[in-house]
Structure formats: structure tokens, C-alpha cells
Design a protein. Structure first.
Length: 103
């Protein structure tokens, strides 16, 4: 049986303490709403903003697309939020989709 002694983390441990989500590319409206949810629920910004991008993609459906040669790429996003239970995934996801559900 092989024993592994040198295990290198996939993400440097010093980056775990910093917010590494590139929020500068988000539209202003999404950024403001996500920051508000992040502060209210005490969660990282990416946990509030990523479900909003998925919600945007679901609203667009197959009405727009990007053609790359022989394929049409639709705005379909898949998201996995991997966190311990009880950190507020359900509430933040509902808040992200409620803006679109009310219109």
C-alpha cells in the first residue's frame, strides 16, 4: 500500500482567509443586491451572487445564444454550493430567485 506524505492543497491556505471572488465583473444591480444579502445573512459574497447568475440564465431560457461555429450555446448555468448544513443556503437561494419570480 502506497503512503502519501506530501499533500499539496489545491488552494493555497493563505487565500482561504481572503475573498477571492472576482466581484468587479458583476453588473452594478446584481453586485448591490448580492452585497446586501451577504451582509444581512453573514455569508460570503459569492454565495449570494452565484445563484443570482443562475437565476438570470434561467430567465433568459433559449431566447438568446452565442454561436461558436456549428454550436449554439445557451445561458445554462449549473451551480453546486458545497457548505455545511445550517449556513443559509436555502434562504439565500430563495432571495436570489424571488426577484425574478415576482415579475
Amino acid at each position: 500500500m502506497t503512503q502519501y506524505t506530501d499533500i499539496t492543497p489545491l488552494v493555497a491556505s493563505e487565500l482561504k482567509e481572503k475573498n477571492i471572488f472576482p466581484s468587479h465583473g458583476l453588473p452594478t444591480a446584481i453586485l448591490k443586491y448580492a452585497k446586501n444579502i451577504s451582509e444581512v445573512y453573514g455569508i460570503p459574497l459569492e454565495m449570494a451572487s452565484m445563484p443570482m447568475l443562475v437565476a438570470c440564465g434561467s430567465v433568459l431560457q433559449k431566447k438568446i445564444w452565442l454561436e461558436t461555429g456549428k454550436y449554439k450555446n445557451y445561458p445554462q448555468f449549473y451551480l453546486v454550493i458545497n457548505t455545511p448544513s445550517g449556513v443559509g443556503k436555502n434562504r439565500t437561494t430563495k432571495k436570489s430567485f424571488c426577484t425574478f419570480a415576482n415579475n
